[in-house]
Design a protein around this ligand. Structure first.
Ligand code: FE2
Length: 434
């Protein structure tokens, strides 16, 4: 378990955090005084409607050197391989699909240029659904910053560490941790230790929440205390800076003559946060059968229908498996929800071959899937002693909307055209005898 707890860090999912980089910069007792300390501008940042119920209300007050509107007009620029839902220029066959990892860049590439969309669903203009991207980068963004007005960005790093410089402060992220940047927050990504690669879920819907615990009680699964927010940090620098915005699926660029990272103090609950996946407290069966994978949900973006997620972020971490008289791998299934999977490290327990770190798979609504043939044979004949699943961290993005692959993904060299063959050896065992 990672052990970097510091009492000086800001911990607590969805807390009303408050932080100032200069003493006295944060107004006390009110949000919008006639004159702010240090001559700062007050600016409210809202990622929920003003009128959302309190437990779903997200907003932050920022105290900054200049308000965000102190910038030039946006002009459309090339969006490279980035796409948004709905995907209308590619087929969406109901086949199982799987891909190898996308290659690392050979030319100097920053985070924006290294973004590729694999799939998307919903409608970016209607604020429903998700985009699923792969990022690769090997250099910093320099004087460029990025934000998505289309969705909240959930980073799932697979390779390499980076710093995220954001309007609310700086967070350092390693593989095995996740980063969530709210819709609209400007940031830049700085690789700190060689090239980086990972997955992004761009959540067009409601901001991510922690999954409910139900009868499990007040503790367990993802605990609020393990989510870390940044301290305020500002740059009082002038010089040309390019802001690149993703808006309605397109990229736009504007220039301003100062750093956008000029927030000296902030208070609120809408801010970037990080979480170490090793902190996830796994609760599972100690008797028999296999619970639904929803027990591994870290974050969920609810839709208007109770219990039907716009997207769930689910992990399959190291854990003990002790179920008796049970087929222990994930069962064969067909699901109304659509499932995109990735692998952060190690091996996933339903697939021993062909699903490697950085790779990804897509099993859409009602597309059958389950363990490959070899895994079935082992699981039905092995001795059921307690077993520790080690060296594994897979994840799933599960959505109520069919996930459409992009033209890039369908035609990619990394697509495994023979994926179905891993089930080709499933034999008939039925012989009419009980
Ligand atoms: Fe599944």
């Amino acid at each position: 378990m990672a052990n970097d707890v510091s009492i000086n860090k800001l911990y607590g999912f969805n807390n009303e955090h408050q932080t100032e980089a200069l003493p006295g910069a944060l107004p006390i007792g009110q949000f919008s005084p006639q004159r702010c300390p240090y001559g700062l501008y007050a600016e409210q940042f809202s990622t929920s409607a003003f009128t959302r119920p309190r437990h779903q209300n997200r907003r932050t007050w920022t105290y900054r050197i200049r308000p965000s509107i102190a910038m030039g007009d946006f002009s459309k620029i090339d969006k490279g391989h980035v796409r948004s839902g709905p995907i209308i220029d590619a087929d969406c066959p109901p086949n199982v699909m799987r891909w190898d990892a996308l290659p690392l860049p050979t030319e100097p590439t920053d985070f924006i240029d290294g973004l590729t969309t694999i799939a998307a669903n919903g409608d970016v203009r209607a604020q429903t659904g998700i985009g699923i991207h792969i990022y690769v980068a090997n250099k910093t963004m320099g004087s460029r910053s990025f934000y998505s007005a289309d969705g909240e960005l959930l980073f799932i790093p697979q390779l390499g560490a980076f710093s995220a410089i954001t309007e609310m402060g700086k967070l350092h992220i390693n593989p095995g941790q996740i980063l969530v940047i709210p819709r609209g927050i400007k940031f830049k990504i700085e690789p700190t230790d060689g090239p980086i690669r990972g997955y992004i879920c761009e959540n067009y819907g409601s901001p991510m929440e922690l999954a409910e615990r139900g009868p499990a009680g007040a503790n367990g699964f993802a605990n609020q205390r393990d989510f870390e927010y940044p301290h305020a940090r500002f740059e009082d620098t002038e010089g040309q800076h390019q802001v690149i915005a993703k808006f309605c699926g397109e990229f736009y660029q504007a220039t301003q003559n100062h750093s956008p990272f000029d927030v000296v103090a902030w208070v609120g609950n809408s801010a970037p946060y990080k979480y170490d996946l090793s902190r996830f407290n796994v609760l599972s069966t100690v008797s028999f059968d296999h619970p639904d994978p929803s027990i591994f949900t870290v974050l969920t973006s609810p839709s208007a229908d109770a219990g039907v997620a716009n997207v769930d972020f689910v992990i399959f971490p190291p854990r003990w498996m002790v179920a008796e008289n049970t087929f222990r791998p994930p069962w064969y299934h067909r699901n109304v929800m659509s499932e995109f999977m990735g692998l952060i490290e190690g091996t996933y327990d339903a697939k021993e071959k062909g699903f490697s770190p950085g790779g990804f798979s897509l099993h859409n609504c009602m597309t059958p899937h389950g363990p490959e043939a070899d895994i079935f044979d082992k699981a039905t004949h092995g001795e059921l002693k307690p077993q520790r699943y080690e060296n594994t961290m897979a994840f799933m993005l599960e959505s109520r909307y069919v996930i459409g692959p992009t033209k890039f993904a369908l035609n990619a060299l990394q697509r495994q055209r023979n994926y179905l063959a891993c089930w080709g050896d499933l034999k008939k065992h039925f012989n009419g005898q009980p």
